[in-house]
Design a protein around this ligand. Structure first.
Ligand code: ATP
Ligand code: LTN
Length: 334
């Protein structure tokens, strides 16, 4: 508890271009609930190198992502927005937690299995221990709540297990965090294959709406979205494509699936897809404009990056020192 508020931590990888799934499943919720918490939003660039990255590209993407956090509505004076690699405690705590995590636990992680299959030529130890670094991110700030999309639930359960295990051994060191999953948009699916999650690393660009897509591209992708032959806008398991479009529409407009079914009763898929495209545009256009403005302001961004890294370093050190002491590392001589 800092300043009488509970603590919130979340992060995103600086890999690929952010999609509408990342926005509706995570970023948008961050903005909605951030006022109630003392917050830390990290650009988790250390996680990014678990798959090969072009260095210049990674640097550019990390900066884009950090700017997008602000463009989405997170005020960097109130929210600690920073690069994970600028705060040494993440790696230090991750090492310690590695020694409290079992191979069997990590072997069960579905994200590891997926990524290992995708990058069969580079199944490195970092990819395997990725969830431990994520646990370190969260526990370092004593986070009470972690807003993420549903796909991250398994990692969050593991984080809780590690925290509880450590606390059982050493006393109440870590706050055991809870996941926060938003009501709408927790799992946006690919527009080309509604059985697959919309992902920034999808090879087919038509399956994903990127936050920086221009209006024509967005409308075109929705027009091409895979649906079915039912010709009826209904929110049900049997119509996964339409259901996904309803989810997107609801997350962008605040309407419920029932209201949406009513609104499009008797209308064709063409009309509905256009309406979903327009709803998405109305959310993304202001975001893109703010992003363009912010990007021009190099000095401002540099100041945010520097000051928030110092702030994060300060808070993370408190936990790190406590943990180092608990596990038996020698005191520092001052
Ligand atoms: P990658 O494809 O590179 O694995 P990703 O698109 O899955 O990346 P992450 O950086 O792993 O994105 O996720 C960032 C946040 O966005 C996480 O909280 C995650 O749960 C959320 N998220 C990612 N994809 C979706 C989606 N399709 N629907 C809802 N939330 C999502
Ligand atoms: N693994 C997460 C990104 C991430 C994260 C975190 C999310 C790394 N550290 C801590 C929440 C809290 C993902 O979205 N792929």
């Amino acid at each position: 508890m800092l300043d009488g508020k509970k603590t919130l931590f979340s992060g995103m990888q600086a890999t690929g271009n952010l999609t509408l799934g990342n926005y509706l499943g995570a970023l948008k919720n961050w903005v909605t609930i951030s006022d109630e918490y003392q917050t830390f939003f990290s650009v988790v660039d250390m996680h990014s190198i678990t798959v090969r990255q072009d260095p210049a590209e990674l640097r550019r993407r990390a900066r884009t992502l950090l700017t997008l956090y602000i463009a989405a509505g997170l005020d960097p004076e109130k929210n600690c927005i920073y690069y994970q690699s600028h705060v040494s405690g993440h790696a230090e705590l991750a090492w310690i937690l590695n020694c409290f995590t079992y191979m069997g636990e990590l072997n069960r992680m579905t994200q590891f299995k997926d990524k290992a299959a995708k990058h069969a030529d580079n199944i490195n130890a970092g990819l395997f221990t990725y969830p431990v670094l994520m646990a370190a991110d969260i526990l370092l700030y004593q986070a009470d709540v972690v807003p993420v999309g549903i796909d991250q639930m398994q990692h969050l359960e593991l984080t809780r297990d590690i925290a509880i295990r450590f606390n059982n051994l050493y006393g109440e060191v870590f706050t055991v965090p809870e996941a926060y999953i938003g009501k709408a948009g927790a799992k946006i699916m690919s527009l080309q294959d509604p059985a697959k999650k919309m992902s920034k690393s999808d090879e087919n660009p038509n399956g994903s709406i990127y936050l920086m897509d221009d209006p024509d591209t967005i409308i075109r992708k929705f027009k091409r979205a895979v649906t079915d032959s039912e010709a009826c806008v209904r929110y049900c398991e049997e119509q996964p494509g339409i259901r996904n479009l309803i989810d997107i529409y609801c997350a962008c407009t605040g309407k419920t699936p029932q209201e949406t079914e009513k609104e499009f009763e008797g209308k064709g898929y063409g009309d509905f897809k256009m309406a979903v495209g327009e709803a998405v545009l109305s959310v993304l256009k202001p975001l893109q404009e703010r992003f363009a403005d912010l990007s021009k302001n190099k000095d401002y961004l540099d100041r945010v990056i520097k000051e928030n890294a110092q702030k994060a370093q300060y808070f993370s050190n408190k936990t790190l020192r406590k943990v180092q002491k608990k596990v038996g590392f020698p005191d520092r001589i001052r």
